[in-house]
Design a protein around this ligand. Structure first.
Ligand code: XIL
Length: 375
């Protein structure tokens, strides 16, 4: 594994100033800048992969070599009722990735959120048995993974199975099937597409207790011979949390278990914190104090965002080869989910491209920090 000496990273970070209006050369591209290190990607919505949003398409095609589906492969969208699959949006997503020669990710197969109630209930609304639920999980995975076999190259098989204290989340999957539901999901996915990379994906794994839980989970899966390729650190982060030391240690510890690490949902929240959790079910009430930049980001915060992104990419790039992919959760600030979570209707600035699809100082910072090719 190639490592950058940390003093090089520190020097670069401290010496770069990120001018508010200066943008990197139009030719600069994230995927090229990091090509010796990891793939760089973004999560896409339908307007992007159907060509409706041309400004964003230009960014996607020039900047990224891997894509994730923001919603179209989630259970509630692709399999809304027992006998109905809605494959059309996901088909278009996969076609878009193929046309652009991108590494295509599937997100996700088993999660507690965006999954219809019917999955867990019988005709009378009572919970189904373990065997029935395992059967439904298997059918779903066979149909969805099977349809895109050989085309979707990596799957988030299980998403967010852990609580903040590292214990297993009391989801319907756990309550009805038991704690081997995770293993089963991986086995079904591997059975239908043995070539696909299979990941466990979660947030806040940089926090000690949750990280311990995830390390234990990966160890157990590997001990049972389950085909797990990698762990996804979502990295919905803020300007302060987690520290780069926490991220560094987290990547190193998963690496020691022999799994790859991916940064799967990167964005940096610059707004006052409304929650200490990244659980999607969390919602906070609207409050103007928590939406301080509706008309633009002050320069000082813009600079802080650029420095934060430089620190993050410096840390990821220390682990070239162990970190195989860094994916942003969105393309421009305009459509980011962080405008609506955990408080609806805020103006957030979490990504590298602004609302007019122009690169921000944070983009320049990330490009300037890239390892030079062949070094
Ligand atoms: C989010 C999407 O971005 C939103 O459009 C949707 O309304 C809710 O889900 N962790 C995940 C992602 O694994 O699937 C979530 O995506 C963000 C948090």
């Amino acid at each position: 594994m190639r490592k950058w000496p940390s003093f090089v990273v520190a020097l670069l970070v401290s010496s770069i100033t990120f001018a508010q209006n200066k943008s990197a050369s139009p030719q600069a591209s994230l995927k090229d800048a990091y090509k010796d290190c990891f793939m760089v990607g973004a999560a896409l919505n339908p307007a992007q992969f159907t060509g409706e949003d041309q400004a964003e398409d230009a960014i996607i095609e020039s900047q990224f070599n891997t894509i994730s589906p923001e919603n179209v492969l989630k259970w509630a969208i692709i399999h809304p009722s027992p006998d109905a699959y809605n494959f059309s949006p996901a088909d278009k997503y996969v076609e878009f990735g193929e046309q652009n020669h991108m590494f295509i990710i599937g997100h996700n197969l088993v999660w507690h959120s965006q999954v219809p109630k019917w999955v867990f209930e019988d005709d009378k609304g009572n919970p189904v048995s373990r065997d029935v639920l395992l059967g439904r999980m298997r059918d779903h995975i066979m149909n969805v993974v099977g349809r895109y076999k050989g085309r979707i190259k990596g799957w988030d098989v299980v998403n967010e199975a852990l609580n903040d204290d590292g214990t297993l989340r009391q989801s319907q999957w756990l309550k009805i099937i038991g704690d081997d539901y995770i293993e089963k999901a991986f086995r079904f996915a591997h059975e239908v597409d043995p070539e696909a990379q299979l990941y466990y994906n979660d947030y806040s794994l940089e926090n000690e207790a949750k990280r311990r839980g995830a390390l234990e989970l990966v160890k157990k899966l590997k001990a049972k011979g389950v085909a797990i390729t990698g762990v996804g650190l979502q990295d919905h982060v803020s300007l302060e949390w987690p520290t780069t030391d926490q991220i560094d240690a987290t990547i190193t510890e998963f690496g020691k278990l022999g799994v790859k690490v991916m940064i799967t949902e990167l964005d940096v929240d610059v707004l006052p914190s409304a929650s200490h959790t990244a659980d999607v079910s969390y919602k906070a009430a609207s409050d103007p104090k928590l939406n301080p930049y509706p008309n633009g980001l002050p320069d000082a915060v813009q600079q802080a965002l650029a420095r934060r992104y430089a620190d993050l990419f410096g840390t990821y790039a220390k682990h070239c080869g162990l970190v195989t992919r860094v994916t942003f959760w969105g393309v421009t600030d305009k459509n980011s989910w962080k405008n609506n979570w955990p408080i609806p209707g805020r103006t957030n600035y979490p990504l590298l491209f602004d609302r007019n699809a122009k690169p921000k100082p944070a983009f320049d910072a990330v490009i300037q920090l890239a390892p030079k090719h062949g070094s």
